[in-house]
Design a protein around this ligand. Structure first.
Ligand SMILES: [Zn+2]
Length: 296
């Protein structure tokens, strides 16, 4: 018989995140496979729970959702709802704390977010550690010489001020995903133009087609049309800088366990949300900046 789950913590070959996910799952008596936990590991947890008498057979029907066969014999995949562009309190212009993120994810039924702080990865990694029950994709919104580029699934911080190509190369070197945020926000002084995006088409993994607060009203519509015409994969994210805006825009897709699977599942993703008033958000950004410089 497999060891009880209490011994999971002693199983050396489990990643820390997997151990944390199992502990949380059991503490909260959940019914579904936590996003981020592999199906085989989850199946093992179920077998242990059944052996412990903690689960009845009927429960297991529900619990095995992640690996269950539907009527047509297809694998039923768990879908997740993620806001793929969020700034944490580690960004110089955001106030979002880990506990606030946990609250707003519960309120808006989000499975998680991508933390994409400006030129900084520290917050994303810290949020991953502090919120093991949420899917936290570690990202960075990097200022390049030609505009911003988001790297997702990063392990190392990428410095600002490089060319777009150099930045993309550094993202790819660590197995990350390249996403172009708010590509048609014409009012931004520095942004990658449509012709540059097409030139770099093979290097770009996805385009953000719904951003919560582009300064130009038609930017999201234009981005959707462009990505449809040229066959780019699409994402959506709120670009929230405060708790109130997290989850106003989100991507719904099948769950994933790696950057490669993320991209594969992005093909069947759906994006939701719309532009919200940027004024309250802008005020919060100014406030956060002043706090950082000690003037408030
Ligand atoms: Zn942003």
């Amino acid at each position: 018989m497999l060891p009880p789950v209490g011994c999971v913590l002693a199983v050396a070959n489990l990643a820390r995140r997997e151990r944390e996910l199992i502990v949380h799952y059991r503490l909260e008596n959940r019914f579904f496979r936590p996003p981020g936990l592999t199906e085989s590991l989850f199946a093992w947890v179920l077998r242990v729970e059944q052996a412990e008498g903690r689960r009845e057979n009927e429960d297991l029907v529900m619990l095995s959702l992640a690996g269950a066969k539907s009527d047509k014999g297809q694998e039923t995949q768990l879908r997740v709802k993620l806001d793929l562009h969020v700034h944490s309190c580690y960004s110089f212009d955001s106030s979002l704390q880990p506990e606030e993120l946990r609250e707003v994810c519960a309120l808006r039924e989000l499975d998680g977010v991508a933390i994409t702080d400006h030129d900084c990865l520290e917050g994303a990694l810290e949020f991953q550690r502090k919120l093991p029950d949420l899917v936290i994709v570690a990202g960075e919104e990097i200022r390049t010489r030609e505009g911003e580029i988001i790297g997702l699934f990063l392990r190392e911080e990428i410095p600002p001020g490089l060319s777009a190509e150099e930045t993309i190369e550094l993202i790819k070197d660590q197995g990350g995903v390249v996403c172009i945020p708010h590509p048609f926000d014409y009012i931004k002084l520095k942004r990658l133009t449509a012709s540059r995006l097409l030139k770099m088409r093979e290097m770009i993994d996805c385009l953000e087609v719904i951003n919560g607060k582009p300064r130009y009203w038609g930017a999201n519509h234009k981005a959707s049309e462009f990505s449809r015409s040229w066959g780019f994969l699409v994402t959506a994210g709120s670009d929230a800088h405060r708790k109130e805006d997290v989850g106003k825009v989100y991507t719904e897709m099948e769950s994933f366990h790696s950057p490669r699977e993320f991209l594969k599942n992005l093909e069947g993703a759906q994006v939701y949300g719309e532009r919200y008033s940027a004024w309250a958000s802008q005020l919060e950004r100014w406030r956060s900046r002043l706090r950082r410089t000690g003037k408030a």
